[in-house]
Design a protein around this ligand. Structure first.
Ligand code: PAF
Length: 269
């Protein structure tokens, strides 16, 4: 497995591989890899990628001033071993300094889908996500890139960015991976105490049989969680919908103690 730290090195290698006809898949991550990330690598393998590039970068630009950028868990050695075992062929560990040169002044802003949900509560978050993902696309030259459904709004925004900016890249969205308890896998689950973990189970339970957003919010509050939002939206446009019905997505953000957790459920037709 190749290990790249310099953006230019990854870019030169991936350019050559693309010219040689390789189908490159990109799996963008912030590291501290868990089964959810491994499932993205598996999805890339299944789709016949010749090269699977996993990027591991805690992107400072997508964190707000009072968020967990410093505290976000990091473990480079474990990530290396997990990528190797899962069959990734390259891993990219850039630094903030080599991703954002002095006077970096160009950002990508999606102006519609980012307005609500996490975008409303985390100003600038999706600007940071779109910017870093666009940079990673230019560095890794992927034919397709795999994102997790857990970050539902993010996946929709990236699809829109790809459409609107004519990136020649297919966006693959891979299902949420859950712990046996139902809790959606997340690197942030490591922040949870045992008690908070138990309270957090209310999220997947409520989403398993969603009746109304008010009922879900009540279930979360009675489990001791602090609701940030529970919303039902059109699964594609993310416009608010009154009723939970086929073609909608129910999204939840809630705090267990200080940890903000997100989850969602798409209501299939
Ligand atoms: O979903 C994430 O882990 C991040 O938002 C991403 C896509 C790697 C961009 O930093």
């Amino acid at each position: 497995m190749k290990i790249f730290r310099e953006p230019e090195e990854l870019q030169a290698w991936s350019r050559e591989r693309r010219l040689a006809g390789a189908r490159i898949a990109l799996v963008p991550t912030m590291g501290y890899l868990h089964e959810g990330h491994i499932s993205l690598i598996e999805a890339a393998k299944k789709r016949g990628a010749d090269e699977i590039v996993v990027s591991v970068f805690v992107n400072p630009v997508q964190f707000g001033p009072n968020e967990d950028y410093e505290k976000y868990p990091r473990d480079e050695q474990a990530d290396l071993a997990k990528c190797r075992d899962a069959g990734a062929t390259a891993i990219f560990f850039p630094t903030p300094e080599n991703m954002y040169l002095p006077h970096h002044s160009v950002y990508i802003v999606e102006e519609e889908l980012s307005k609500g949900l996490c975008g409303a509560r985390r100003p600038g978050h999706f600007r940071g996500v779109c910017t870093v993902v666009a940079k990673l696309f230019n560095l890794a030259h992927p034919v397709f890139a795999v994102f997790g459904q857990k970050d539902y709004q993010q996946a929709q925004i990236i699809k829109r960015m790809v459409r609107d900016l004519n990136f020649d890249i297919e966006i693959v969205v891979s299902p949420i991976v859950r712990e046996p308890s139902g809790l959606a896998k997340s690197s942030r689950n490591t922040y949870l105490s045992q008690e908070e973990k138990e309270a957090a189970l209310a999220i997947s339970r409520a989403l398993a049989d969603p009746v109304s957003t008010a009922a879900i919010a009540a279930q979360l509050e009675s489990a001791g969680l602090k609701v940030d939002y529970v919303e039902c939206v059109d699964a594609e446009t993310l416009e608010p919908r009154e009723k939970i019905a086929p073609g909608t997505c129910v999204l939840v953000a809630a705090y267990a103690g200080k940890t903000r957790l997100i989850d969602n459920r798409v209501i299939e037709a």
